[in-house]
Each structure stands twice: as C-alpha cells, then as structure tokens.
Design a protein around this ligand. Structure first.
Ligand code: FAD
Length: 276
C-alpha cells in the first residue's frame, strides 16, 4: 500500500466507544491507537483514562452519555445516596468523586446516585445551565423541583500515542495530535477544560514543524509497503480486531503500573521546590 503523503497526522480523538458508558460519540474507538500498536509505534500511559463522575443516567442508553458538568456542583449542586443522604464532598477532584459514587452505588445496590440542582437559585440555573435544564426536562425530570439520576462515565483519554513537543511520534514523518496523542501534559488526571491544549497548541506545533521540514519532493516515504489490503475489507471484523487490540494494551499498561507503583516522598517544602 502506498501512503501518498510525505507527512501524516493521526487525529482520531478519544476511546469512549470502547466503553459501555461514555460522554464520547460511539464511533470514537481509538483506531489510531490500534494502528500504532500494529506498527509498533510507541505508546504512553494507555491506562490513564478519566471517568467523569456525573452524567445523566438513563436505562436504555446506547448513545453517548449526557454530561452534567461539574460547574453545577461548583454553584452548589449536591450529591445524595438512595436515602437522600450526602456521602461525598462534591468539590473534590473528578477521580475521587467518581470512586465515591461507584462505592456508594455498590453499597446501595443502585445504578445511579442523585444530584440535586435545587440549591442553585432558579434564575441562575436557567441562565447559566440552559442545556442541562432542557436535557433533564426532555428526559422527564424537572431539575427545579426534583433530584436527577447521575452515573459516572468514561470521558477523556490522557494516555495515547507517545509524542514529543512537536507532536512527532516514534515513526518518522508520522505525527499525532489531540486526544489520541500523549505528550504527558495531563499526567494521570486531566483538569477540566484544558484538553484544547492538545488540540490547539500541540496541533499548531505539529503544523509548524511540518512546514519547516517539508521538502516539496515527489519522493514519498513507503511506511506501510508490506500491508495486506485484504485485511481492511471486512469492516466489522476490523472494528472488533482494533477494539480488542486497544483494550488488551490498556489492560497490559494497567497491570504493569500496578506492579510498579510510583512512590513520591516529599521531604520538605524546600525539597519540593528544588525538585520542581
Ligand atoms: C461532552 C464533552 C464535553 C467536553 N468538554 C470539554 C471542555 O469543556 N473543555 C475542554 O477542553 N475539553 C472538553 N472535552 C474534551 C474535548 O472535547 C476533546 O478532548 C477534544 O474535542 C478532542 O479533539 P480531537 O480533535 O482530538 O478529537 P475529535 O474532536 O473527537 O475528532 C476526532 C475525529 O476523528 C474522526 N475519526 C475517528 N476515528 C476515525 C477513523 N477510523 N477514520 C476516520 N476518522 C475517524 C472522528 O469522526 C472525529 O471527527 C469534552 C468532551 C466531551 C465528550
């Protein structure tokens, strides 16, 4: 197979389609990750997957989950167990709130917990969160008068195809940008609202790097010359193969990290300053 490009950029987004519950659209299944695995391109932190604590629960949902943004908790919304009792500080980081919700669901034997938006003044709820209010109403819940059911769902992929600060992968002439790439900026737990760093800043850096190194030649590198094109003819088989490949590598990375935990001991404030 000929790749008729001197430079190629992988940008297939997240991996939410691999999970039963995700805020991502269903067709985002990490195809670029599968391609990278197949061609032995370096990957990084594949098991760093962010689960958002609060998405609207609905029983028969096979579509993407609707996000109940943490801004509502920032404005005063509360989380309750099945007996309408508080069980977690709603303002803790995403991973901690998610763990607390999953634990509570296991204790209560429920498929969701309750989120109460009523502490937010009605006018503010109406003006600041119209999309959330409308979604709840559409799903048969009136958030001005009652709690809504929420459940954690996969949201963001911090790991991915390992890239440097110019978004170059370990294969020459191949770049990766956006959620499919991993340059380590998010660590293990992305903070809200900064994914555009990868999509804008590092995509721009890739473009600048390509522009600088573009040779305007008619000679194309033959990266995947020995590929068998028949492999790509059966869509459903290919999808299954890619999904299994990515999920098995995620599991492998998770087990490897569990076996070799990172211990950071901070001896003093000054020590921390010099370490940074
Ligand atoms: C509900 C929700 C809310 C969010 N809110 C925020 C926020 O407030 N702030 C923030 O910073 N981030 C937010 N994010 C995260 C952010 O939106 C994503 O990380 C970002 O859009 C990823 O951009 P991307 O270009 O990497 O991927 P995408 O925008 O997902 O684009 C990937 C593209 O690749 C295509 N594609 C995938 N596979 C293939 C294939 N095999 N062949 C061809 N094409 C393919 C897809 O169709 C898609 O067009 C949110 C995400 C979600 C889901």
């Amino acid at each position: 197979m000929k790749i008729l490009a001197e430079k190629t950029i992988l940008a297939t987004g997240g991996i939410g389609g691999l999970y039963e519950k995700s805020t991502n659209v269903r067709h985002l299944t990490g195809d670029a990750i599968a391609i990278a695995i197949k061609h032995k391109i370096e990957l990084k932190d594949l098991s760093y997957i962010q689960i958002h604590p609060t998405t609207f629960y609905h029983k028969d949902g096979d579509d993407s989950c609707f996000l109940i943004s943490e801004s509502v908790r920032g404005e005063g919304a509360k989380l309750y167990d099945k007996n309408m009792q508080p069980f977690v500080n709603e303002l803790l980081p995403r991973d901690i709130v998610t763990q607390a919700i999953l634990k509570q669901m296991a204790i209560d034997q429920t498929e969701f917990v309750w989120e109460d938006l009523r502490p937010i003044p009605k006018k503010e709820l109406q003006e600041h969160f119209p999309t959330i209010v409308n979604h709840c109403l559409k799903m048969g819940y009136n958030p001005y008068e009652e709690c809504i059911p929420v459940v954690p769902a996969q949201h963001y992929f911090m790991g991915g195809i390992k890239v440097n600060l110019n978004s170059q992968t370990s294969m020459s002439n191949l770049y990766a940008v956006g959620e499919t790439a991993c340059n380590g900026v998010h660590g293990k737990n992305r903070l809200a609202s900064n994914s555009l760093l990868e999509s804008l800043v590092f995509a721009k850096r890739a473009a600048q790097h390509i522009k600088k190194s573009f040779s305007k030649t008619n000679e194309f590198p033959r990266c995947f010359d020995d590929n068998d094109i028949n492999f790509y003819s059966n869509k459903s088989e290919l999808e299954k193969y890619y999904k299994d490949l990515v999920l098995s590598k995620i599991e492998e990375d998770k087990l490897r990290k569990e076996r070799t935990p990172i211990n950071i001991s901070i001896k003093s404030k000054n020590h921390l300053k010099t370490s940074i």
